[in-house]
Design a protein. Structure first.
Length: 253
């Protein structure tokens, strides 16, 4: 518990330092809002990578990345990921040099996170249909976007219900979805778990990027957008269920 407390304490202090010192200094020479957001997100990428390194150094976690190199130079991405743990977004930010995130509205009021969220231009999940248009605009501008279709952490029994936002974004923009499957063994920091409810042994995370999923075939026969989004979302969920059941993520095949 002491090591976990040290890690989360460092996270809180680091978030305050980022919002109050690092980001303001790093953005002082940047003029436009879009450029400031991109610079802030790059700085957060380095901060996330440092935090993952710190947790690994404490012996809390080990992270294996599968397929990351193949996707490194082909941005922008519409990243779609499952959400088994509290630190999934940190893992993805450590991977991506730039990424727009959709965060819970509570993050905008969190004293540790609100400064970081505001400077990075992260989107709030309470904006309804407008969030689809905003994500499409950012993808069109050459920016990557991270979406968790479940909207919150997965239940202990498996995947939660998938929302259709990612499908609507992909269909509207006409861009592929890049599915990322995250597994955590043994399970920790899941939905409803407290920060200190962690196993004594080192936890292994596997973050696997799959082949892009093209949304175009879902509209090729003139199918209306709502029906196409339902089909794409259903197939996306099936992809996660099948991939996780096969254990491909765990054994690295």
């Amino acid at each position: 518990m002491a090591r976990t407390g040290l890690a989360f304490g460092a996270f809180g202090v680091g978030a305050i330092a980022l919002a109050g010192l690092v980001l303001p200094l790093g953005l002082v020479t940047v003029r436009t809002p879009a450029q400031r957001e991109r610079r802030a997100q790059r700085l957060l990428h380095h901060a996330a990578a440092l935090f993952i390194w710190f947790m690994s150094g404490l012996g809390l976690i080990r992270v294996r990345w599968i397929g990351r190199e193949a996707q490194a130079d082909s941005a922008p991405h519409l990243i779609v990921a499952n959400h088994p743990t509290l630190i999934d977004v940190v893992l993805l930010l450590a991977w991506l040099p730039q990424a727009d995130c959709i965060v819970k509205s509570a993050a905008h009021g969190n004293p540790f996170l609100r400064g970081v969220v505001r400077r990075a231009g992260y989107l709030s999940n309470d904006h309804g249909d407008a969030i689809v248009a905003e994500c499409v605009a950012r993808l069109r501008d050459g920016r990557s976007v991270i979406v968790f279709p479940e909207g919150t952490r997965s239940p202990s029994t498996g995947l939660g219900a998938f929302q259709r936002g990612a499908a609507h974004i992909a269909l509207t923009r006409g861009c592929p979805l890049l599915p990322v499957v995250i597994t955590c063994r043994p399970p920790t920091l899941g939905k409803g778990a407290r920060w200190h409810d962690v196993p004594d042994l080192r936890v292994e995370f596997v973050v696997r990027a799959g082949a892009p999923i093209d949304p175009v075939p879902y509209r090729h026969d003139g199918t209306h957008a709502p029906a196409a989004a339902r089909r794409l979302t259903a197939d996306l969920r099936t992809y996660y269920e099948t991939t996780m059941a096969r254990g491909e993520v765990d054994d690295g095949r």
